[in-house]
Design a protein around this ligand. Structure first.
Ligand SMILES: CC(=O)N[C@H]1[C@@H](OP(=O)(O)OP(=O)(O)OC[C@H]2O[C@@H](n3ccc(=O)[nH]c3=O)[C@H](O)[C@@H]2O)O[C@H](CO)[C@@H](O)[C@@H]1O
Ligand SMILES: C=C(OP(=O)(O)O)C(=O)O
Length: 417
């Protein structure tokens, strides 16, 4: 098994370029299935999740060609409509092909994603949306089958929770439905806006993405398009926390600071210095940073995907912080690993109380999910001695060139077999 060995204690200095957003690129690749001509996607990060969704498209008979930073998808001909368990279990976002398949060929058979390290993660809101658009849903043998042989029809859909995936799947399905679809209480994340921008470049009529009502006027056909994906706000936030934790001075390029408002606000509240300019953002920390409370919420609230990394930072802050996770019911798996490194954290349900300690100490730990893994890397960068992070496949899902990027900032880490 591969491991990351991190020898902590180095202040990080220099410039890092942020990659294209994983959570934008996955629905955008799925949306390419809607095009009757090929699409070219740019700013594509080299991530395991990108290769997994490409495999899903390959399984559907759709050729996907990857070259550094670029992905070409030729969905002129879709040969099958089934996404198997082996791929969906690797990555839940595989389920995002259901909306496009239903819209384009009137049927889809996708394996049920199942549970996940951070919560049960049901897909009821996706299915509620497809049913409202006129699809018939059949469940059995671990698969969900959706059928709409006479096509989908626009509808008014209220989401009980602003689910990112459900909003995306419904937007894609509705793009070629007959008439208008209105999604009330949709997710407002920047990745939703990026998907809408791409769909509109393909000829769709999506209005209101990024607000609390999205209107989609169905069109009869979509074509391929060229689109550059937005920068990854979670990767950016992770490097910002690294600068803060190591007492360093890092400049991030290819960031949209507007997307990072809650993260920047909380870092500033903790005493971290942040200077924004047109091309990037500089993050540095001279003094000790203070404890701050965070509560995860749908966008524009504090992102759940930054909760673990922030908690790693708060383990060495001055004072006690309260971290409340409201989006996922079980997203504290990193706590026990951080405690092994000397952190003082108590959990009660969805609330964690983090009492800052003077320093963490390196030891073997395991990444239980993607952001938990990132949190442990951050902890390792400041811990005394060596930290060994295992189960790296989780981290590989979402951080492009993590080792090289941290090395270029002066960190002492290496990946070993
Ligand atoms: C590939 C991708 O973009 N992943 C992101 C996406 O995941 P994902 O799209 O899966 O997250 P959702 O916004 O759908 O989930 C948020 C909450 O809604 C619940 N829910 C969701 C759908 C549903 O049908 N029923 C239901 O109850 C989930 O269990 C969870 O508690 O948004 C999450 C919330 O910002 C992020 O943490 C993930 O990184
Ligand atoms: C939870 C995440 O991703 P996914 O929804 O793909 O599991 C994440 O990016 O932190």
């Amino acid at each position: 098994m591969e491991k990351l060995i991190i020898r902590g204690g180095k202040r990080l200095y220099g410039t890092v370029k942020i990659s294209g957003a994983k959570n934008a690129v996955l629905p955008i690749i799925a949306a390419s299935l809607l095009g009757s001509t090929p699409s070219t996607l740019e700013e594509i990060p080299n991530l395991e999740d990108v290769h997994t969704i490409s495999e899903v498209l390959g399984q559907l008979g759709v050729p996907v060609e990857y070259s550094p930073g670029i992905l070409k998808v030729d969905s002129r001909d879709i040969k099958t409509c089934e996404a198997p368990y082996e791929l969906v279990r690797k990555m839940r976002a595989s389920f995002l092909v259901m909306g496009p398949l239903l819209s384009r060929i009137g049927q889809a058979r996708i394996s049920l994603p199942g549970g996940c390290a951070i919560g049960t993660r049901p897909i009821d809101l996706h299915l509620k949306g497809f049913e409202a658009l006129g699809a018939e849903i059949i469940q059995g043998h671990g698969y969900i089958e959706a059928r709409a042989p006479r096509g989908l029809t626009g509808a008014r859909i209220y989401l009980d929770f602003p689910s990112v995936g459900a909003t995306e799947n419904i937007m894609m399905a509705a793009s070629m439905a007959k008439g208008q679809t209105v999604i009330e209480n949709p997710a407002e994340e920047p990745e939703i806006v990026d998907l809408a921008t791409y769909l509109n470049a393909m000829g769709a009529r999506v209005r209101g993405a990024g607000t609390n009502v999205i209107k989609i006027d169905g069109v009869s056909e979509l074509h391929g398009a060229c689109h550059a994906v937005i920068p990854d706000r979670i990767e950016a936030g992770t490097y910002m926390v690294a600068a803060a934790m190591t007492g360093g001075d890092i400049r991030l390029e290819n960031v949209i600071t507007e997307h990072l408002k809650p993260v920047i606000a909380k870092l500033k509240e903790a005493g971290v210095e942040i200077e924004e300019d047109l091309l990037g953002v500089r993050v540095r920390r001279n003094e000790l940073f203070r404890a701050v409370d965070i509560k995860t919420l749908p966008y524009p609230g504090f992102p759940t995907d930054m909760q673990a990394q922030f908690m790693a930072m708060l383990t060495i802050a001055k004072g006690a912080s309260v971290v409340t996770e409201t989006v996922f019911e079980n997203r504290f798996m990193h706590v026990d690993e951080l405690k092994r490194m000397g952190a003082n954290i108590k959990i009660d349900g969805r609330v964690a109380v983090v009492e800052g300690v003077a320093n963490l100490t390196g030891c073997p730990v395991k990444a239980t999910d993607l952001r938990a893994g990132a949190a442990l890397v951050l902890a390792g960068l400041t811990a005394s001695g060596a930290t060994e992070v295992g189960y790296l496949h989780h981290i590989d899902r979402g951080y492009e060139n993590l080792v090289e990027k941290f090395q270029s900032l002066g960190a002492d880490l290496e990946r070993i077999k």
